[in-house]
Design a protein around this ligand. Structure first.
Ligand code: ADP
Length: 394
């Protein structure tokens, strides 16, 4: 079965067509500037880039289907070859604890979650509605970023604020990156040759956005992002946890609105804010090497907060068998992995520097005597979405 995986953003759309027999990516690409002018980048039988007018998401998906069918560049002869579409949907609120086949009720629930994810759920929904128009007979599945974390116990998801706010407005921790945490935890168990149900794993998704997850017996027991992705670790441009009183103090000092400060906490903080150099960890690592002190501060804050959160999750799970690193920084930066693992000797983490230097593949980079394993697992959210889609439509 061939599955089309779609990730619709406000003005962009990423796609992959995956043949589930052998899990081979047949084609992938990106539509950008939807609603502005329109640009397609595609790789399939042949690579292709073109400016194509895309007034909306239906236009963009039509464009994707056209190029997939194209004789010279495409990879299918008929739309009937697409067995199902898997959509990444950011927020499923408390409605969804797993992926689901899309029905009118599911769409209604996704719509109800718009106020929790006003930037993400609307384009996700547009993608779903466009596919219904363009491929009315193909089953569609929603895979939620939040679903994996719905297993968190109450003490992990409830904030210590009035319980009324949870009841009235559903203010609680939801967590994000769930598809990635689930995928790498499953791969880690396979790599360790142990059933996931017997393991305590801490997955570290360290990209531009970053979150940790305590995966106990295969289920999320806690995670560092919260009601929104702003909570938790220091990130590329997000502050992560700060004292909430800072917001009011900062507003008064600089005559800013709440919206201004929240925007700065999302877009001008994190390692960008501390370093003053960049939100890209490669730039910051290079600046540190060149002697930039603020770049060194930013990396220290980032590593310390990851390590500290690992400690929290060891307490939450009463131990940890393996730490997994994934996403842009987690997969590629040996120095950051070494710095974080440097805090974790008490846990029995011992790393082999030669193995830690290997890039781009699944590896256990621990020494033989390590009692808590340290792994790199490249994430693959698209494959996870395709697997869950196949499972549901079968
Ligand atoms: P997102 O999907 O959240 O945009 P990614 O998972 O693509 O993020 O990760 C992007 C981050 O990974 C960037 O900040 C980049 O600096 C970092 N990164 C990628 N490669 C390396 C590398 N070789 N060394 C250090 N950081 C890297």
């Amino acid at each position: 079965m061939k599955i089309l995986v779609l990730n619709c953003g406000s003005s962009s759309l990423k796609y992959q067509l995956i043949d589930m027999d052998g899990e081979v990516v047949l084609s992938k690409g990106l539509c950008e500037r939807i609603g502005i002018d329109g640009r397609l980048e595609h790789s399939g039988k042949a690579d292709y880039r073109a400016d194509i007018v895309m007034d909306n998401h239906t236009d963009a998906i039509r464009c994707v289907l056209d190029v997939l069918l194209d004789k010279a560049r495409g990879v299918i002869n008929s739309l009937d070859e697409i067995g199902a579409v898997g959509h990444r949907v950011v927020h499923g609120g408390e409605f969804f604890s797993s992926s689901v086949i899309i029905t009118p009720e599911v769409k209604k629930a996704i719509e109800e979650c718009i106020e929790l994810a006003p930037l993400h759920n609307p384009p996700n929904l547009l993608g779903i509605k466009s596919c219904e128009i363009l491929m009315p007979n193909v089953p569609q599945v929603a895979v939620f970023d939040t679903a994996f974390h719905q297993t968190m116990p109450l003490e992990a998801y409830l904030y210590a604020i009035s319980y009324e706010l949870y009841k009235k407005y559903k203010i609680r921790k939801y967590g994000f990156h769930g598809t990635s945490h689930k995928y790498v935890a499953q791969r880690a168990a396979a790599l360790l040759g142990m059933p996931i149900e017997s393991l305590k794993i801490i997955t570290c998704h360290l990209g531009n956005g970053a979150s940790l997850c305590a995966v106990k017996n295969g289920a999320s027991a806690d995670t560092s992002m919260g009601f929104t992705p702003l909570e938790g670790l220091a990130m590329g441009t997000r502050s992560g946890n700060i004292d909430p009183a800072i917001v009011a103090y900062w507003m008064e000092k600089e005559n800013l609105s709440v919206k201004d400060v929240i925007n700065k906490l999302n877009k001008e903080s994190g390692v960008l804010g501390v370093s003053g150099v960049s939100s890209d960890f490669r730039d910051i690592e290079a600046a540190k090497k060149a002697g930039n002190q603020q770049a060194a501060f930013a990396l220290s804050v980032f590593h310390y907060r990851v390590a500290k959160t690992v400690g929290e999750y060891c307490a939450a799970m009463n131990g940890c068998d393996a730490i997994v690193f994934t996403a842009g920084l987690g997969e590629n930066s040996a120095s950051s992995r070494a710095a974080i693992c440097g805090y974790l000797g008490y846990l029995g983490v011992r790393i082999d520097s030669d193995k830690n230097a290997i890039r781009g593949k699944e590896i256990d980079f621990s020494t033989g005597d390590a009692s808590c394993r340290a792994l790199v697992i490249p994430t693959n959210e698209e494959l996870m979405i395709a697997r869950e889609t196949r499972e549901l439509v079968n």
